[in-house]
Ligand binder design. Structure first.
Ligand code: FAD
Length: 415
């Protein structure tokens, strides 16, 4: 049983600025404080979400480096805990709990985004391995990941949802070529990935051959639930995996680097302005007495509060720790708020919106957020797809009609 006092005492005994990040994350995982809601032995203590959050609050008060973040803990590990064998969980989850590995998500393709089940990347059986050939795109952090969560077509002779397999692919092999894509906000968060006869041992299949759609639905549910989730207050966030170059560095040095990065506007990719920043912006520009501006800013403030409170409600509903359709509601609300933030802040700064960098107010904070505001309405599924999910799974509306659900994938007309 962990109390705030016992967690505090543990931090005081274990956190030293001279530890390497790898050592610190190992201690956090061994104590079960890395992911307290995961099972014990996997960096957790099998606690309920609320109890786990209480532990993170205490860690945050100490200002330590928090647990590893990214695709793997957000959506990959929950998928393995739901569908993986005990051996697979031990093999793949342990290096996530202690931050040794990072994973990317190899789902989207140039011809398969919203309609993911149309994916064409093929995995053909060759003895104890699959040989994988195809192209993936928009894969966040693929250039700094040891492993990829891959969905590939293993049987083209059955309808599109039936012949897909979910597998862990080693990104460090000759058949995997990763090319980062530079975005309009200046970042290069995601990549395109070319797979040319890459090899995946059959033992890396999660949830059974041709059962990948079922497994992918779990991944996508957790992905939607994680969009917009805030890192616990006070904790310092650090990139996981050996390719990040952080594991052998002193945690004291990493904290300094992180403080400097937080002050550097070129390293920030906020997708929106918070309500307080919006009010500050209107005041600063001398617009806070304009009745139309007041009305729009007040509207933005109210919507931000509704978003915050809806998040609180969905967290309370999900105290059991399972992601549900609330994830789609929150993701949609976040994307809509980001677009509102973009439209309102850009209208407040007017023609200055055309400036960038040091020429611009606050180094182009508003302009940068504007350029980043498109991400949440696409990543993890578009707004239209979230509306479909909410309609079908929460409101019980009829499923979207499809005319290709019974046709073998091989016979589908594809562009
Ligand atoms: C920041 C970011 C990070 C991402 N990270 C990853 C990642 O790590 N791994 C990965 O695999 N992918 C990733 N993606 C890709 C993302 O999942 C896709 O962009 C998304 O699923 C949409 O697919 P698409 O871009 O092919 O658009 P399309 O599916 O071609 O959609 C085009 C338009 O048609 C609309 N539309 C399509 N189908 C319907 C329908 N049935 N009903 C109504 N409207 C519809 C869409 O809403 C959209 O407006 C990322 C994307 C972004 C922006």
């Amino acid at each position: 049983m962990s109390t705030p006092e016992s967690v505090s005492a543990w931090v005081e005994a274990n956190w030293h600025l001279d530890l390497t990040l790898a050592e610190w994350w190992q201690r956090l995982a061994d104590a079960g404080y890395a992911f307290p809601h995961w099972p014990s032995g996997f960096g957790g203590r099998g606690l309920r979400a609320a109890e786990a959050a209480a532990i993170q609050t205490v860690l945050g008060r100490h200002g330590v480096i928090g647990p590893p973040t990214g695709n793997a803990p957000n959506m990959g590990v929950p998928t393995l805990l739901a569908h993986g064998t005990k051996e697979q969980q031990e093999r793949f989850v342990t290096p996530i709990a202690n931050g040794q590995n990072a994973w990317c998500q190899l789902f989207s393709e140039p011809g398969a985004g919203s309609d993911l089940a149309s994916l064409a990347c093929r995995a053909e059986r060759d003895g104890d391995e699959f040989v994988v050939t195809g192209q993936k795109v928009w894969n966040s952090s693929a250039d700094s990941s040891e492993w990829g969560m891959l969905v590939a077509r293993t049987n083209p002779d059955v309808p599109k949802h039936a012949g897909i397999t979910w597998m862990m692919i080693d990104m460090r092999q000759p058949g995997v070529e990763v090319r980062p894509l530079v975005q309009m906000n200046g970042g290069a968060e995601f990549c395109e990935v070319f797979l040319s006869e890459a090899r995946v041992p059959v033992e890396n299949v999660i949830g059974g051959i041709d059962n990948g759609w079922n497994v992918a639905r779990t991944t996508l549910t957790y992905e939607r639930g994680s969009v917009g989730k805030r890192y616990p207050k006070g904790l310092v966030e650090m990139r996981a995996g050996s390719l990040s170059g952080n594991l052998d560095r002193r945690v004291g040095d990493l904290i300094e680097v992180s403080k400097q990065a937080a002050r550097d506007p070129n390293k920030r990719f906020d997708i929106m302005l918070g309500a307080k920043s919006m009010i500050h912006l209107a005041r600063d520009l001398g617009l806070s007495h304009d009745p139309v501006v007041r009305d729009r800013v007040a509207d933005y403030y109210v919507r931000s509060e509704v978003y915050r409170l809806t998040g609180q409600r969905s967290r309370d509903n999900a105290k059991g720790g399972k992601a549900g359709p609330e994830g789609s509601i929150m993701k949609l609300a976040l994307a809509m708020l980001a677009h509102r933030s973009r439209d309102l802040s850009m209208s407040l700064i007017g023609a200055d919106g055309m400036l960038m960098g040091s020429d611009a107010r606050e180094n182009g904070k508003v302009q940068r957020a504007c350029l980043s505001s498109f991400a949440p309405s696409l990543g993890g599924g578009t707004n239209e797809i979230q509306r479909n999910i909410i309609g079908e799974r929460s409101l019980g509306l009829p499923r979207e009609p499809g005319n290709d659900n019974d046709v073998p994938f091989r016979d589908l007309k594809r562009s």
